[in-house]
Design a protein around this ligand. Structure first.
Ligand code: IMP
Length: 191
């Protein structure tokens, strides 16, 4: 089986490649010469995942899946959520985003947050979605150099290390994308 993963993010590709069964050949956007920005203009994480998968199927014809992730912070009424990538502005800079979030949460006692990933799969003309959630909290400062995005300021519940301080294997086991991909893999195995 051959599936396109609609991402240009090499970190995500690495994470998903580590979990997906060997008999499924994963193609990246680069592999199918898709260089344009895929639109993600919906108001929800799920809406964006579906929009990306449908765009790819319509314009390139491949069976594919797309993911969209957001960090939902309780004290900020679920923000940045669907706007996580552009939280500090259109430059989509991870350093700026994490700094902004730490500033917004300064002196706030409630540090609860969750990562949510929705994967939309376009397979044999049908659309399926899978969701993975990882509950945790936002740290007071950045910790660790691994991972990407908001990883240095997020600790999963029950962990005293941030996502930037744990291994990729560990993050995949407990993380939002790992859980959503596990659901996707279960579904693909049942086909
Ligand atoms: P997207 O799913 O690529 O649109 O990601 C939205 C935003 O969430 C971006 O700023 C990413 O850097 C961030 N993000 C997505 N997944 C993760 C993760 O696993 N850890 C930390 N940040 C993430």
């Amino acid at each position: 089986m051959q599936l396109v993963f609609a991402t240009n993010n090499l970190n995500k590709l690495k994470e998903v490649q580590a979990i997906i069964p060997q008999h499924i050949k994963l193609l990246s956007l680069k592999d199918i010469a898709c260089t344009e920005d895929i639109p993600e203009t919906q108001a929800t994480i799920k809406g964006n995942a579906i929009q990306k998968a449908e765009y790819l199927k319509e314009h390139y014809g491949y069976d594919c899946f797309a993911d969209d992730t957001g960090l939902e912070v309780e004290a900020l009424n679920g923000e940045p959520g669907v706007y996580s990538a552009r939280y500090a502005g259109p430059q989509r800079n991870a350093e700026d985003n994490t700094n902004k979030l730490l500033t917004e949460l300064k002196n706030k006692a409630n540090r609860k947050a969750q990562f949510k990933t929705v994967i939309a799969l376009h397979l044999n003309g049908e659309l399926h979605t899978f969701t993975g959630i990882c509950e945790g909290s936002i740290t007071a400062d950045k910790q660790g150099d691994g991972g990407f995005g908001y990883d240095p300021i997020f600790k999963a519940e029950g962990y005293d290390k941030t996502f930037a301080e744990i291994s990729l294997e560990e993050k995949n086991k407990i993380g939002h994308r790992g859980k959503a991909v596990a659901e996707l893999v279960d579904f693909l195995k049942s086909k």
